[in-house]
Design a protein around this ligand. Structure first.
Ligand code: 13P
Ligand code: 13P
Ligand code: MG
Ligand code: MG
Length: 367
């Protein structure tokens, strides 16, 4: 029997702005899953990253399962009630549709799912990022799956020598899923050419070319495409299977020491370095910086072990200091140039109105 891992994540309200969900909200979410879950799933974990609540289910129902997705949706509706009772900010922020239909894709919550036949040992990583969008994982995934500077297994392990197949989605295309499949190592320059544009091309999944097994699943939601306006950043989640024919855990984590600049930060309209933080971390400086959490698990017969909080280690304290320095450096130039996203990516309707008004005031000088 195959095991399925499903992460379904939403911002349903938080304390003091876009900072962190309340304890009462988190408790209600856990209680609801316990009482309504029945035997639908074999295991489940609830955690927060910034203002986002993520539910990790382990089950045997396959991906895009209606009952699992409905349970998550109903849980978020229930959590939203607490957010309203407590007057939390942005209650129900990511629940963009009124009625549930089939699965939560396209309804606001972010989803990443993997279905596989369990290996005798099945370690995996669960990433959640806040104040950024799915393209934030592009560079780390490229480096940990295609670059021997981060993945020594590409040199040392025969199990990875055939490389990986990247499935990349054009998230600006809204009529359907527009995807391209490219192979490493032959096509790494083509992959890089696409992945440089984090706002348009996003790694959706990665497969081992040795076994055909899926290693990675990333949520590719663009809330802007669903709502037609700014309703919060996309705050992506990701599952990565590790070890054996996949990169080692440390190889997947390695690129997060860069603190690369990603879109998001204040009002989803800036660039900022991605800071690896401990689970249940809050948001602070300039509604950021953009953060990423990572929990390691093993799953066996659908049962999850306790998680290991991989960025809770002295090494990452040093990285966090470096990232703070980078964030401060870029923030020093405020709204100017690369500190802010280009006009096409600005998430606020206000600036569109402003530019329209200003446009009328321009005059072309007579020669
Ligand atoms: P194993 O030899 O236990 O698989 O460990 C290799 C490894 O992944 C070290 O990073
Ligand atoms: P979230 O997408 O995390 O809700 O953040 C929105 C925002 O505007 C932060 O300034
Ligand atoms: Mg929010
Ligand atoms: Mg958020």
């Amino acid at each position: 029997m195959n095991t399925t891992l499903s992460i379904i994540k939403a911002d349903i309200g938080s304390i003091g702005g876009h900072i962190k969900p309340s304890q009462r909200l988190m408790e209600r979410v856990r209680e609801y899953l316990k009482t309504k879950g029945g035997d639908l799933f074999t295991d489940c974990r609830v955690s927060s990253t910034g203002d986002d609540v993520a539910i990790l289910f382990s089950h045997h129902q396959g991906t895009l399962n209606e009952e699992i997705h409905k349970l998550a949706w109903d849980t978020f509706i229930e959590g939203t009630e607490v957010a309203k009772e407590q007057g939390l900010y942005g209650a129900g922020q990511d629940l963009l549709k009124d009625a549930f239909s089939g699965n939560v894709k396209g309804m606001g919550p972010a989803v990443a799912e993997l279905e596989f036949e369990e290996r005798p040992n099945e370690p995996f990583l669960f990433f959640a990022a806040d104040k950024t969008d799915p393209g934030a994982y592009n560079l780390p995934l490229f480096l940990s799956f295609a670059d021997p500077m981060h993945n020594s297994g590409l040199i040392l392990s025969p199990k990875m020598s055939k490389g990986f197949r990247f499935v990349i989605m054009d998230v600006s295309y809204v009529q359907g899923d527009r995807v391209i499949e490219l192979n490493t190592p032959e096509e790494i320059y083509d992959i890089a050419a696409l992945l440089r544009d984090n706002e348009r091309f996003v790694v959706e999944s990665i497969y081992s070319r040795e076994t055909g097994d899926q290693a990675v699943s990333v949520s590719t939601t663009r809330l802007h495409n669903i709502a037609g306006k700014y309703t919060g950043k996309d705050d992506p989640v990701m599952l990565v299977r590790v070890q054996g024919g996949f990169p080692a855990t440390g190889e997947v984590l390695s690129p997060y020491n860069i603190g690369h600049f990603v879109a998001g930060f204040m009002r989803g309209s800036h660039n900022g370095p991605l800071m690896p933080v401990k689970k249940n971390s809050t948001i602070s400086y300039f509604d950021g910086p953009p953060v990423v959490t990572c929990q390691a698990f093993c799953v066996h017969a659908g049962k999850l072990t306790e998680s290991v909080d991989v960025f809770d280690h002295p090494y990452w304290d040093w990285v966090r200091n470096e990232v703070s320095r980078k964030a401060t450096e870029l923030r020093r130039q405020g709204f100017s140039g690369p500190a802010m996203l280009p006009y096409s990516e600005l998430e606020y309707g206000g600036i569109v109105e402003k530019m329209k008004k200003l446009d009328k005031k321009f005059q072309v000088r007579e020669k």
